[in-house]
Design a protein around this ligand. Structure first.
Ligand code: GLC
Length: 813
């Protein structure tokens, strides 16, 4: 006999319900209290806060009560909000903040943003919501629109015509154009049209989406739960959008120098002997390397905070040999804690109530590498602090960095993640996992970074993460997850990491050589040539794939790889300088050309070449059996790094690149700070410095300048002023040059006596340099002050004592 279940709604087929989408309706009144402007609409209200002359926050709220708290993505603000000037007309309110005018239309509550020349910058036509709490907004998309940002996404640089979801997801084939949700969620969309750009950051860690595909002349931004809480960040320059967005959500913490070195990883280096053999091989072969990673096999049955007693019987001895070799260990730590009452971390977590649970009190369990596992509730500070403190286990061994993986969190089930009805404590403001999902990975890395820092006696920690949310840059570098050894994935890494850089993630990179599938000698060479100029530089490969350590394909390949890895180390002072800049203003070390040449229509979607800082242009070869490629050089004069040839820009050229060459160009007048080649980045026994100036010209109007930041590269002493800033200038005159340097600050004394200035790719030859003698190269090698013409390159090198008071030299032609 059937029961009433026979007529269960699910059995009778789909029921079409016309969902009623609500809208704000007319704007009825504008109120102002404590720096907040509230526009009361017929069915909902909008709150506006002007955070600066060109940045405002807008939050939709129903009812009377307004909650202006933020997620952890947004840094606490020190400044009071700005007062806007308000003008009311028959049809609108106009709020002027100094650089922007925000107009609220009375008849529809539509918003328009104008610049001071009354040009329309952005228009939000409509916000609507459904009874299930989804919210949706529609923005104008003019014909010349280009879109950037959105963090870690596949496909090309310009996101016009794409649609993306922000929902941190462990996808095993993630790097495909149709994948909408990846490991990281950075809900920042940058829209550029005409000569202006702005960013919209939707601060909502639940599922959100950005659709620049489906609506013709409009793009949409929506969320399925939580608040519609946006920050409008006006440029008009892209650089200003990046600067201000990172001012809002934070910038990278200055990493320890060793973290900028070359990193070697594999899933997995299986035991202590293999790790030590690997480290010794790097040193014997004189290939620079700073870090070896330990993937999941180092653990005792995948229990985090343990070593397998058979495979790694003596971690202390391993660490002490590695220390002598100048190599650091970064072990993987996943969030899943094995369910095992005999395992102290699990027991403590249960006893102290630090694991995520359902509303009814049951712990949430999910399957990951260790089998059934519990997951810390990082939304509670006490659980985070507990987790952070557990890292003493590693720091006591001298381990200064941690690799956070599977922290979306990934779970081996059909939803791929934690149940959405898990109730996070959230420091007394409980919310479901559905509402906070995208924060989980970031909060794990935050807990890790802070825990390491507490235990590292003033040294800088390093955290690498797979998952994150806006603001993750404050705590961790990001790698792009499980790519494959496909040429297509090598090419894709460029736009992916470039957009990550525009989204605040300045310290990012892919698995060099490819993670899954099998690399080849040629792919490894081409990928490494490119990868050494990415901010984060790690070679990582999966279990069961061909080995891809630098020597895996014989001596010829090894020597090409040694040279390129060496280039990264030679350029380390410059690279570190760029990282310092990123920590100060948010601009990423690796940049799309559009960031430096915003008015050049050739570069809006150019992403098979990139800039390192503003003046180094790399154009990798990313197809097999290929020795030529087109390269676009923007306006100005460029110098081929390998041949010294001077090339006029503003056009495409055809570069010739046999296997040992990655096309590389330096802008004329650029300066690069170079150190000596080292086997590990923070070897401070010799901090020799050469400032290499490209294409100097002895003519009025020529100027090359550079500011170099230096500190000990490892501690937090720089925070209290233990750092230096050296300012260098080369100015052209009538058939002469004037070279000067001065310390704007000298709180850090580098380990060197001499400074070298090398003028390369220049026609200039001095007849005399006032106060300096001409030297033989031999005398120069013995540390004498003076100048000489390099017999090989024909360049001029000037070698002087490195003096606090600086110096000026006149170079006569
Ligand atoms: C995940 C990571 C990968 C790691 C593997 C084993 O797939 O993305 O990098 O090697 O897990 O830990």
């Amino acid at each position: 006999m059937d029961t009433s279940e026979a007529i269960h709604p699910d059995r009778v087929g789909p029921i079409i319900v016309q969902e009623a989408w609500g809208t704000i309706g007319k704007a009825l009144a504008l109120e102002h209290m404590n720096g907040v402007y509230v526009c009361r609409g017929e069915r909902a209200s909008l709150a506006f806060v002007f955070l600066s002359e060109k940045m405002f926050r807008m939050k939709l709220f129903m009812g009377k009560d307004l909650d202006l708290s933020t997620t952890v993505a947004v840094l606490p603000r020190e400044n009071e909000p700005l007062e806007a000037t308000v003008e009311e007309t028959d049809s609108a309110w106009k709020l002027s903040s100094g650089r922007l005018v925000l107009e609220i239309e009375k008849k529809s509550s539509a918003l328009s943003v104008f610049d001071l020349e009354e040009r329309l910058v952005a228009r939000q036509n409509n916000i609507s919501w459904n009874p299930r709490g989804a919210i949706h907004s529609v923005y104008d998309m003019p014909g010349d629109s280009h879109f950037y940002g959105l963090g870690e996404k596949a496909s090309f640089l310009d996101k016009r015509g794409e649609r993306y979801t922000m929902w941190n997801t462990d996808v095993y084939a993630p790097h495909m154009p149709e994948i909408e949700a990846l490991y990281e969620s950075i809900p920042l969309l940058i829209h550029m049209h005409g000569s202006s750009s702005y960013g919209i950051f939707l601060d909502n860690p639940g599922r959100t989406d950005f659709d620049m595909r489906s609506h013709g002349i409009a793009y949409t931004i929506g969320c399925s739960t939580g608040d519609y809480d946006i920050y409008f960040v006006y440029g008009p320059d892209l650089k200003e959008v990046v600067r201000d967005y990172t001012g809002l959500t934070g910038r990278i913490a200055l990493p320890p120098k060793w973290a900028l070195g070359y990193h070697q990883s594999r899933y997995s280096y299986m035991d202590q002997n293999e790790v030590l053999h690997l480290a010794r091989t790097f040193r014997e072969k004189e290939i620079p390397c700073d870090v070896i990673y330990l993937d999941i096999h180092y653990m005792d049955e995948y229990r985090v905070f343990t070593f397998d007693p058979v495979r790694f019987p003596d971690p202390e001895a391993m660490m002490s040999e590695l220390k002598a070799l100048g190599i650091r260990i970064v072990p993987i730590v996943d969030p899943g804690v094995k369910k095992d009452p005999k395992y102290a971390v699990y027991r403590q977590g249960v006893e102290k109530g630090h694991f995520s649970r359902k509303l009814e009190g049951d712990l949430f369990f999910g399957d990951v590498w260790p089998g059934t596992s519990a997951f810390p509730d990082f939304t509670d500070d006490t659980a985070s602090e507990w987790w952070g403190n557990l890292h003493k286990y590693y720091t006591d061994l001298g381990i200064p960095g941690i690799w956070n993986d599977m922290n979306e969190p990934a779970v081996f089930n059909s939803s791929k993640t934690m149940d959405l009805d898990v109730m996070h404590g959230n420091n007394g403001n409980p919310k479901t996992h559905e509402e906070l999902h995208n924060l989980y990975g970031m909060l794990m890395s935050k807990a890790t970074y802070e825990g390491l820092k507490r235990n590292m006696d003033g040294q800088r920690p390093f955290v690498l993460t797979r998952a994150g949310y806006s603001g993750i840059q404050r705590y961790a570098a990001v790698w792009t997850g499980d790519n494959r050894s496909f040429w297509e994935h090598m090419a894709l890494a460029m736009p992916m990491v470039l957009n990550m850089g525009l989204s605040g993630l300045a310290f990012a990179g892919p698995d060099i050589g490819g993670f899954a599938h099998h690399t080849s000698a040629e792919l490894l060479v081409r990928w490494t040539q490119m990868g050494v100029l990415f901010p984060y530089c790690r070679n990582h490969s999966s279990i069961g794939t061909l080995r891809q350590e630098p020597w895996s394909f014989g001596p010829e390949i090894e020597s090409i790889l040694r040279e390129y890895i060496g280039l990264r180390y030679r350029w380390m002072p410059h690279l570190y300088n760029l990282f310092h800049e990123a920590s100060e203003n948010g601009l990423p070390p690796m940049r799309p050309l559009i960031l430096e040449y915003q008015d050049d229509p050739n570069v809006t979607n150019l992403c098979d070449q990139f800039l390192v800082g503003s003046d180094v242009l790399a154009a990798p070869i990313y197809r097999p059996d290929t020795e030529h490629r087109a390269v676009y050089l923007p306006e100005g004069e460029w110098i081929d790094y390998w041949t010294g040839e001077v090339i006029q820009g503003g056009r495409h050229i055809l570069a010739h690149a046999p296997l040992s060459i990655m096309p590389l160009y330096i802008k004329s007048g650029a300066v690069i700070a170079e150190g000596g080649i080292k086997l590990y980045a923070d070897d401070r026994t010799d901090e020799t410095l050469t400032l290499r100036v490209y294409g100097a010209k002895a003519r009025p109007g020529f100027k090359a300048s550079y500011s170099l930041y230096e500190d000990d590269g490892s501690s937090f002493d720089y925070v209290s002023g233990v750092s230096s800033l050296i300012r260098f200038e080369l100015r052209g005159g009538e058939d002469e040059l004037e070279l000067s340097y001065r310390y704007e600050r000298r709180g850090y004394a580098a380990n060197r006596n001499l400074l070298r200035f090398a003028l390369v790719c220049t026609a200039f030859k001095p007849s005399e340099i006032e106060g300096l003698n001409e030297l033989t190269e031999d005398e120069a090698d013995h540390g004498q002050e003076g100048w000489y013409i390099d017999t090989q390159t024909g360049g001029l090198t000037i070698q002087v004592q490195d003096m606090s008071q600086g110096a000026v030299f006149k170079l006569k032609g």
